[in-house]
Design a protein around this ligand. Structure first.
Ligand code: FES
Ligand SMILES: [Fe+2]
Length: 339
């Protein structure tokens, strides 16, 4: 059995990464080659030639087909082999798997499991990435640690206080209780932490101009296995909240597409979107720089943790406490959907 939840959409790439050159990427342990056909449609094929398994990504893209770089078999964008050098007949079984893709919100999503089940309606909503009402900065991190470590990390933001002090963490984050909600029907885990009259960390002070004290909300939505959003509201303390429930102040969404690469490595596609200072490049630059630092701090810590976990005997015990409620719920849900 595969180690990964199969029948889900995973972010394969940023749209801008995929063009008329062949991109090789391993997703959920599967080697994939990505490119665009001449009409601009993204294509994903297994990155293994049927002949002697040479990676197709090392071949040549001609029109909409890939010519294998080893002995020249040609595959069209459905994965069907259309030419075998030295003979007229192409064996009927000569084809490589093609994967379903959906390009939406600047992301190219891939369906790794049973291709007949790939339903575009199941692609998570990340419209803020490509919505004129929001400004977005974005990047990705190749992360040399298992997917579950990144899920644990994102589902317990109390670590901001310790790992991200001076950037986004303040003492109040770890100190403030939160509520967790598990929706087993829709396979979603959410948690909320609303802080009142707390310190404004540099991440928000430098970008919104607000100063301490602020009201700061973290409303996290996780759709296992691959999509996570922290819906943030920051506002000068006491700013009224209207009938919609989150009016006033500034809103930021920190968005992650979490894609397993192998059992011990992960692609982290992230964006920070905001609904203020939309045209202010200095704000974009500050958010990009600071979030890269935050991601790097997580990356450094989790790279260490991967070595620790990988070296432990199976069944080594952990101790879980109140702050782990969201993480444990997410783990349980991922276990269930991976069966
Ligand atoms: S390995 Fe691709 S043609 Fe031989
Ligand atoms: Fe973090």
């Amino acid at each position: 059995m595969s180690a990964f939840a199969q029948n889900y959409w995973y972010v394969a790439a940023w749209s801008k990464e995929v063009g008329r050159t062949l991109v090789s990427r391993t997703i959920c342990g599967e080697p994939i080659v990505l490119y665009r056909s001449r009409d601009g449609q993204p294509v994903a094929l297994a990155d293994r030639c049927v002949h002697r398994r040479y990676p197709l990504s090392l071949g040549r893209l001609t029109d909409d087909s890939i010519e294998c770089g080893y002995h020249g078999f040609v595959f069209d964008c459905s994965g069907t082999c259309t030419f075998v050098p030295g003979q007229d007949r192409v064996p009927r079984t000569a084809r490589v798997p093609r994967y379903q893709l959906v390009e939406r919100d600047k992301w190219i999503w891939i369906w790794i499991g049973d291709q007949s089940k790939a339903d575009p309606r199941l692609v998570p909503d990340a419209h803020w990435l490509d919505d004129p009402a929001w400004a977005s900065v974005e990047d990705m991190a190749h992360s040399p640690f298992r997917h579950s470590l990144l899920v644990d990390n994102l589902m317990d933001l109390s670590h901001e206080t310790y790992l991200h002090a001076g950037l986004i963490g303040t003492p109040e984050v770890a100190r403030t209780p939160f509520t967790t909600h598990v929706d087993d029907e829709r396979d979603q885990v959410t948690f909320s932490r609303h802080m009142e009259a707390v310190a404004c960390p540099p991440f928000y002070e430098k970008t919104t101009g607000y100063t301490t004290p602020i009201d700061r909300w973290q409303d996290v939505f996780f759709q296992p296995p691959a999509f996570w959003v922290n819906n943030v509201r920051v506002a000068p303390h006491g700013t009224p909240v209207g009938p919609r429930g989150d009016e006033g102040g500034a809103h930021v969404k920190i968005v992650h597409g979490l894609t397993p690469e192998t059992e011990n490595s992960t692609w982290d596609f992230w964006a920070v979107v905001r609904d203020f200072a939309l045209d202010d490049d200095s704000v974009s630059q500050a958010l990009l720089t600071m979030n890269r630092e935050v991601v790097q701090q997580d990356l450094d810590a989790l790279t260490v943790l991967e070595q620790v976990v990988a070296g432990e005997p199976a069944g080594t015990q952990e101790l879980s406490v109140a702050i782990d409620a969201g993480g444990l719920a997410a783990r349980e849900m991922i276990r269930r959907i991976s069966r």
